[in-house]
Design a protein around this ligand. Sequence first.
Ligand SMILES: Cc1cc2nc3c(=O)[nH]c(=O)nc-3n(C[C@H](O)[C@H](O)[C@H](O)COP(=O)(O)O)c2cc1C
Ligand code: SF4
Length: 697
Amino acid sequence: MPRDPRYDILFEPIKIGPVVAKNRFYQVPHCNGMGHVRPQSHAAMRGVKAEGGWAVVSTEEVEIHPSSDISPYIEGRLWDDHDIPALALMTEAIHKHGALAAIELVHAGMNAPNLYSREVALAPSDIANPASYAPAQARAMTKADIRAYRRWHRDAALRARRAGFDIIYVYAGHSLSLPMHFLQPRHNQRTDEYGGSLSNRVRLLREVIEDTKNAVGADCAVALRFAVDELRGEDGIRSAGEGREIVEMLAELPDLWDVNVSDWANDSKTSRFAPEGFQEDFVRFVKTVATKPVVGVGRFTSPDTMVSQIRRGVLDLIGAARPSIADPFLPKKIEAGNADDIRECIGCNVCVTGDYTMTPIRCTQNPTMGEEWRKGWHPETIPARTGNDSFLIVGAGPTGLECARLLGRRGYTVYLAEAGEQLGGRVTREARLPGLAAWARVRDYRLNQLNKMQNVEIYRASRVTADQVLDIGATRIVLATGATWRRDGVGRANTRPIRGLDRAAHVFTPEDLMDGRRLEGPVIVFDDDHYYLGAILAEKLRADGLAVTLVTPADKVSAWTANTLEQHTIQKRVLDQGIEVVTNRNMVEFDGSRVLLQCTYTERQTELPAASVVTVTARVPNADLALALADGADAMTKAGIISVSTIGDCLAPSTIAAAVYAGHRYAREFDWPPSDDAGFRRELPSATAGDVPASGI
Ligand SMILES: Cc1cc2nc3c(=O)[nH]c(=O)nc-3n(C[C@H](O)[C@H](O)[C@H](O)COP(=O)(O)O)c2cc1C
Ligand code: SF4
């Protein structure tokens, strides 16, 4: 299909200093839990982005010196020449597809825990890292330290050029780097020429940009990533105040302005809390001040929104982290006139969890993310079928839909049976909850693909029995029947049913609420799941006008969402809505009119009035069909059935990302020979030592 001419503007080249980006699609820096530890995996992932049409593909934060060691988090590293070959793998993979490679050089200052290097952290002033409770402080930099830092940055830029990078970043974003800490009065209390007035606080940033331009500016573009607004009012940089003044002061110095909001949680806001393009109000002014190209972000997945950003003069380049993770081929799809094939990011931030868990990145929408090298998975090129198998997939939730999509793409005949009228399983239900509408994209993308396939038949309202499984004529059976929330309170804190829940009438599960059952207040939402659902259900009930108390054995609301950057925002919203929060309490009994709670530390007990209880604790796999089939091995062999596999939540309940991955994995690997090995390539530590440092050992 030819490209829609409305989108032509997205494919116009643009000059960035001495280099030219072939189009307007710009993958901004994003970490991925691979970085310097898994350079092959990292390079392959970036290479796929370049293949998918992004004109610029950036690294994540790259540490420039041992005093900027942010272990245990896994980022890029360019401490010395030994780090060049690993990064060169990435630039080669990117250049192969005609894209530009960008590197974000970072000195994390007081945010560097330096747990590996054991260096003392550096800051404008003596200060403790406000983002950590670690019992260590950063020390105020002397003038000699400032000179050393400038030298490290310059040396790193020279090394980056040798590694093949085309765009070299100076980073003053997210409150995560020295130049930004110098800009912030709350972190910079110096009285010399680097502190005090704005022009003094900007001095270091200006010097570092100038140093970088002097070092590599003839060959490489020098980009500045700058947070124009910290969204913390008077206490922070504001786009209506110093944020704008700083852009005015440095307007023509960098070759590219990469502008966003800070901190990271504000920048990578989930769809629950911010719509596509949500940063526009903050960054719009930059193009009115600077003539240099401007890139900005905002979870852009719609080509119409992208065009509008450029036409209205908000941005020159469409920056994307998450949209490029969910669909590395987004630009190519628009270019080929297949915009409706874009696998749109749902804004869930599961991709961020890889950083916090120090493991390779994963994505709810794109199960191949992070698997490009170690499993050889490509998001678009799928191996063709290897035989004449046909498949009955039972359950059209995220697992079943993804499994059917991929088996269909491979060319197999697939029958997809869903017990209910609606497809999408838990995603369809959860997308009805406040703020989760974008999650329906998990279903919609897959249905859109399935509807184009002749070899996949979908049966709605078709609850399959064990006998029917034998009759359908498929050689392989895939059970993807999902899981059901427990009503008895069993979960993490309670390994046995909570007293009274079996007898009390007013006990509700998340499914009851998602299916529209009404309940009476006061309501206790007992959240022993600790992800998003407990707080969202509390929010929904509060919006229905009920008195709600959220009780959790954790010390925070939705504790696990610290890994998706949402915890603070979720707890704030819960409190702002007038939901009572009781932390560090387990629920031990419900008698129909009150719950008994027990302190998780002292075992002291308290009571709360409760007309209804919602249990968000654990789920039970829907395994009835699997159990029924387990007895019929002979009948199945007679019916020509080679295998029955249980996958996704009906094997072990987990995230939607894990459910999609399970469906994808089955479709890729069902025909692999059985093996006890890891099932993927590993990057093993090298026995090669670096040089003995000049300072000796
Ligand atoms: C998984 C992930 C890792 C990120 N890591 C970095 C990073 O290393 N450096 C950086 O400047 N920004 C980082 N960001 C922020 C993104 O560059 C981007 O500004 C933000 O996600 C908003 O863009 P988006 O809506 O297109 O995702 C990261 C974002 C994500 C989702
Ligand atoms: S994990 Fe979620 S937020 Fe991240 S890219 Fe994938 S769909 Fe988007």
